[in-house]
Design a protein around this ligand. Structure first.
Ligand code: MN
Length: 233
């Protein structure tokens, strides 16, 4: 007899730049304050150890072409955070920075969408960030490009343009913790798994997105990603 699942479970997946290949997503691990200028705009002026938070895989919104996200409930101040996303091919624990790049399947451009008002209240109350960070559409992810095609991405200019105006600009070389160090850090805390996505932090210039806004995320070496915010569902 063939065992049957008790309930149907459709695990989310990200699209890739090969239309016939999708990338199944396990955890979504997000690094906070990884560019000095953004840390400063959030009130943090010192070099701190890395920290992270988690979004559930069902927060993922991934598509080819223009990605649409419905404005989420329970916020009056939704912010865009443009980020380089790293998709893991291999898991592991206590991965060294020297070996970390071998665990990368590919890269994408995405948005760590944030209910800034909810997050600010959580910070003030000393509560978790979950309600500010984890909701439908909170993890926007463009097509994942294989590392074999891009090479290891260690430099380039990450940008976000909102309705044609440049809002965010940062150099990957200005990351406080680089991608290899991030993988090493996360793998010291938990066993990483194939299918984990890592959002690597956002440069300065975060700000609100409202219905009707169109954001374009760019980085040297990756195809640009366009995101349209639509009315609440
Ligand atoms: Mn972020």
């Amino acid at each position: 007899m063939c065992p049957r699942p008790a309930i149907p479970l459709n695990l989310p997946s990200a699209v890739t730049n090969d239309p016939d290949v999708f990338f199944p997503v396990g955890r979504i691990l997000c690094i906070g304050r990884n560019y000095a200028a953004h840390a400063a705009e959030m009130g943090d002026h010192s070099r701190q150890p890395p920290f992270h938070f988690v979004k559930s895989p069902w927060a993922l919104r991934s598509d080819h072409g223009e990605i649409t996200v419905a404005y989420p409930p329970k916020t009056q101040d939704l912010h865009h955070e443009a980020e380089l996303v790293v998709a893991l091919r291999h898991g592991g624990r206590d991965i060294s920075p020297e070996d970390a790049h071998r665990h990368i399947w590919g890269y994408a451009l995405g948005l760590d969408l944030t209910r800034r008002d909810v997050q600010a209240q959580a910070k003030q109350q000393g509560r978790p960030w979950a309600a500010g960070k984890d909701f439908d559409g909170a993890a926007v992810c463009g097509p994942v490009s294989r590392v074999e095609a891009t090479g290891e991405l260690t430099e380039g200019t990450l940008t976000l343009t909102l309705n044609g105006e440049r809002r965010q600009t940062g150099e990957l070389t200005d990351m406080i913790w680089n991608v290899r160090e991030i993988i090493a850090y996360l793998s010291s805390l938990m066993t990483l798994q194939p299918g984990d996505l890592i959002y690597t932090g956002t440069p300065a210039g975060v700000g609100p997105m409202v219905p009707g806004d169109v954001a374009t995320i760019g980085l040297t070496g990756l195809p640009a990603v366009t995101v349209r915010m639509t009315d609440p569902l």
